[in-house]
Structures are given as C-alpha cells and as structure tokens.
Design a protein. Structure first.
Length: 257
C-alpha cells in the first residue's frame, strides 16, 4: 500500500530552532541538532531544514550546520535558505544533504532551476512556493521569507517550475502557517492536479486528520508540518513528536480520523 512521506519541517533562525505564525511571531524552540536526534529515535521519514533569515541576509544556510545534521541524521534531509548558485548546491550536497530547497532564486530566475536540475538531477531540486493574497488582489508567490510579494500566479508558477525541471514542489500557505487549523486544501489541490511532479503539502497541520485530508482531498504526494511535530497540547508545550509505526500504517486510511 502506498504511504505518503510524513516530513517534519524545522525552521532555523540564528542557528536556533524556531516556530512561526504566519511567517512572523517567532518562538524559540530549542537546539536543532537535539531535534535531529529525537527524530532519529522516532524514525521520521525525512527532515526539512529552512534557514528563514538566509536570503534576507544575503547568505546561504551554514555548511557547518549541514555537516552536523549529516553526521547525526539517520534519515534523508533537505535544506533551504539563500541558495542562489550551482556552487551553493554542490557545497550543500557535498556536506551531506540529499536535496536542496529553493525559493527566492527560483522566482527571480526560473532558468536557475533548469540549470540546477540538469547539473544535479531533478530528484535533488525542490522548489518552495510561499503563497499569500496580495493586498486587494489574488494569491501570489512571495519571496525573501514571505517579506516581498511578486506578481507570479501560484498555479502558473507551479507549472513553470515543473517544466524547468523541479523534482518536487513544497507548498506553503503563509496565512495558514502555525495556525494548526488545517492545510489550504483548495490551494494544494489546484497545484497537485496541475502538475505531474510530487507536491508536498505544508503549513497549517494541527492533527493527523489534517495530514490525511491533504492526501485524500488535495492529492498531495507527501505531507509536511512544523507545529504538529514540535508542540503538544492546547498550550503548545514544546515536545518533539512523530507518529509511531502503527499510526503511520493507518494514518491515510479512507476512514482515518
């Protein structure tokens, strides 16, 4: 039976682990390497690390940090943050990451994705789409950690990234980020049904049912979440968690709660 990947997304700010609400109101969670150790023990499918300050600070994610994750992690992991060149990608992959996640550079120069996929293979290149309504307008792609709007239509942009050679698309709804009230099902569904490459649903998951909804209702190929895997209970106490083997086996059943 096909089981979609379930992926914790961990945000870095000044090399500390943080969580956000609508791409702001950052809360310090703890040490990211300790989180890797815990997700190792919990046997997570895959990890994603996003350095949310890198592009705005005109730098890429720390290679030393990537190496530390590579030394510690028993699972595949992808990293993003300030990646703007083929050299950046090569250095990150050589430091231990399996995939790179590209946001700002893809929107500013779509052919960068074409060159990157030709050089390193599509399976290595993930394009992240940060999406929010522009004031008095429709939903558009945002860059620089959600601080700058573009004029790019999400659906057309998703198709373009697939054409350029992206191996996967990571879909993040800025308005749903950290709310734990469910994914933007309509958004994810529209993109999933428009492209033939895997789509990873992200932003908004607050329960295992939300993960199921993204797959069953929106045709997501994989599901990712941040708050769901670092918080516990209505007071959002910090607790690294992940579904156990039995829960994962039943998570995407048609009648899953």
């Amino acid at each position: 039976m096909f089981r979609p990947r379930v992926i914790p997304v961990l945000l870095l700010r000044n090399l500390g682990l943080v969580k956000s609400v609508k791409f702001k109101d950052y809360r310090y969670i703890g040490d990211p390497i300790n989180a890797v150790k815990l997700f190792n023990d919990l046997r997570a499918d895959e990890l994603v690390f996003l350095d949310i300050s890198a592009s705005k600070e005109n730098r890429k994610i720390s290679l030393e940090f990537v190496r530390k994750v590579g030394d510690e992690s028993n699972m595949p992991f992808a990293v993003g943050g300030g990646i703007h060149s083929l050299r950046d990608i090569r250095e990150i992959l050589n430091s231990g990451a399996e995939k790179v996640i590209i946001n700002t550079a893809a929107a500013e120069n779509p052919d960068f994705i074409k060159h990157a996929s030709q050089e390193f293979g599509s399976s290595t290149i993930v394009v992240c789409l940060d999406i929010k309504k522009k004031f008095l307008s429709n939903k558009v792609i945002w860059i620089y950690s959600g601080s700058k709007a573009t004029s790019l239509d999400p659906l057309n942009y998703a198709k373009l990234m697939a054409e350029k050679g992206a191996g996967e698309l990571l879909i993040q709804s800025i308005d749903h980020d950290g709310m734990m009230e469910g994914y933007d099902i309509e958004l994810i569904s529209s993109i999933s049904n428009a492209v033939t490459i895997p789509v990873i649903a992200c932003s908004g998951a607050g329960s295992y049912k939300h993960l199921n909804d993204a797959v069953r209702k929106a045709n997501a190929s994989a599901v990712a979440a941040g708050s769901l895997f670092v918080y516990h209970g209505p007071r959002r106490a910090v607790l690294i968690n992940y579904p156990d083997h039995e829960e994962l086996m039943h998570l995407f059943d048609e009648d899953s709660d």
